[in-house]
Design a protein around this ligand. Structure first.
Ligand code: RIB
Ligand code: CA
Length: 280
């Protein structure tokens, strides 16, 4: 019997978040328990709409999707529509979904799901960490019952939003600081690996020509992004889900990671302490 991985996704869908949702919803090894949405690439209302449309494209069953934070903990939001399109997801003009949004706010959905499967669930945030920080602050006892967090965010080298900061951390550094200090085991799927799973135009075209609705959707999304960015594109956030299923494909090392919250040149940087550990 195949072991399924119980996962909750937290997204700001988002061109590449769409691949994380598609993959998690369709992969036989994943038990996708729920999806929480957060303000990030675009505003959270649009993020919810986009996420429901991706679930339609995936032909997914009923999966609770809930709305979370409408802005970062401290600062006003800055969106990335130049990367992700005016609607945050490639402007494909997809029909609105008829799925219902879960009535619970994101932190409440997280609490209920984690309490229903204590110490089993991997939380996979691929977006700014506002919802996760709110969950840890509001329901600390429940948050401790997560098995682990495997997040897309940060970098052990250079950034993308700024020279040193990756977008998800830079968008809400105060939230990231709470999450990294929480004591929950964290795997950081950072920019160092994020850009590696590259898709070419020929591959995207092949998907678009498929008879499968989900593959057509993926192909169109990739082509639209290639046209906007004028280059081959990465599957991005999807990799954080893949890392949960196939950890042995990635080389991981244990480091202390701090988040810079000061308002200077490196706000939002993940400071990875690579000094050798001295056993004194
Ligand atoms: O920096 C990359 C991250 O920012 C990804 O999660 C992408 O979707 C954007 O939100
Ligand atoms: Ca994202």
């Amino acid at each position: 019997i195949m072991k399924k991985h119980p996962i909750i996704l937290d997204v700001d869908t988002g061109f590449d978040d769409a691949f994380a949702v598609l993959f998690a919803a369709m992969n036989q090894e994943v038990e996708l328990l729920g999806i929480t949405c957060v303000d990030g690439n675009t505003n959270v209302h649009q993020v919810v709409k986009n996420t429901l449309k991706v679930l339609d494209a995936a032909g997914a069953g009923e999966i609770p999707v809930s709305k979370g934070a409408t802005k970062p903990l401290v600062e006003e939001p800055l969106y990335a529509e130049h990367i992700h399109g005016a609607d945050g997801m490639g402007d494909l003009e997809l029909p609105e979904s008829s799925r219902n949004i879960d009535r619970r706010e994101a932190t409440e959905l997280l609490r209920d799901l984690v309490e229903s499967r204590p110490n089993e669930i991997t939380l996979v945030p691929v977006a700014p960490l506002t919802n996760i920080a709110n969950f840890i602050t509001k329901y600390p006892a429940s948050a401790k019952k997560l098995k682990e967090i495997c997040l897309m965010g940060g970098s052990a080298s250079v950034g993308n939003a700024t020279a040193m900061a990756e977008f998800n951390i830079w968008h809400d550094p105060e939230a990231a600081d709470i999450v990294f200090k929480s004591g929950i085991p964290i795997t950081m799927y950072g920019l160092d690996v994020f850009y590696l799973p590259i898709i070419t135009e020929a591959e995207a075209q092949r998907l678009t020509n498929s008879n499968e609705k989900s593959a057509q959707f993926a192909g169109k999304l990739l082509l639209s992004s290639m046209r906007r960015l004028k280059q081959n594109v990465t599957l991005g956030d999807y990799g954080a889900v893949a890392a949960v299923l196939r950890p042995s494909l990635l080389r991981t090392e244990v480091f202390d990671v701090g988040v810079e919250t000061a308002h200077g040149l490196v706000r939002g940087m993940t400071v990875v302490d690579r000094r050798p550990r001295l056993e004194l």
